[in-house]
Write a protein that binds this ligand. Structure first.
Ligand SMILES: [Zn+2]
Ligand SMILES: [Zn+2]
Length: 117
C-alpha cells in the first residue's frame, strides 16, 4: 500500500499523510493509489477537494476544529497562512450524485499537492 502525502502548494508543509490520517474521496472511500484518476462520483465533473476522515486528524486541523466548536470554519496552513481548506459539520452537503453526504473536512485540490510514494 502506498503512502500518501498532502502538502501545501505554497510552502510544501505536509498538511496530512496516510500515516496519521485517512484521506477520502467524496463517497468516504479511502484513497489508496492513483488508479482512480478523478475520485469523483460524477465522471463529467472534476472533484475539487480531498477529504479527511474526522476520526484521526493531524494536530493542526484538530486545533482548528476544536476552536470552531466542531461547527464550521477555515483551515489555514500553519506554516504560511495560505487558506488550504475548510470544515463544515453543520450543513451536511451532498456529493454530486446526491447519494452521499460529503465528509466534513476538506482540503482544496488547487491549494495542495498530493504525492503517492
Ligand atoms: Zn503553507
Ligand atoms: Zn456521489
Amino acid at each position: 500500500m502506498s503512502n500518501i502525502s498532502i502538502k501545501c502548494q505554497k510552502c510544501r508543509y505536509e498538511l496530512a499523510s496516510s500515516e496519521t490520517s485517512t484521506i477520502l474521496d467524496c463517497h468516504e472511500k479511502p484513497i489508496k493509489d492513483t488508479s482512480r484518476v478523478t475520485y469523483s462520483c460524477n465522471k463529467n465533473v472534476m472533484e475539487n477537494n480531498w477529504y479527511l476522515s474526522s476520526t484521526a486528524l493531524p494536530d493542526w486541523i484538530n486545533n482548528y476544529v476544536e476552536e470552531g466548536d466542531w461547527q464550521k470554519g477555515k483551515l489555514i496552513c500553519p506554516n504560511c497562512n495560505l487558506r488550504v481548506g475548510s470544515f463544515d459539520f453543520v450543513s451536511g452537503m451532498k456529493c454530486q450524485c446526491k447519494q452521499f453526504l460529503l465528509p466534513q473536512i476538506h482540503l482544496v485540490k488547487s491549494k495542495v499537492d498530493i504525492y503517492f510514494r
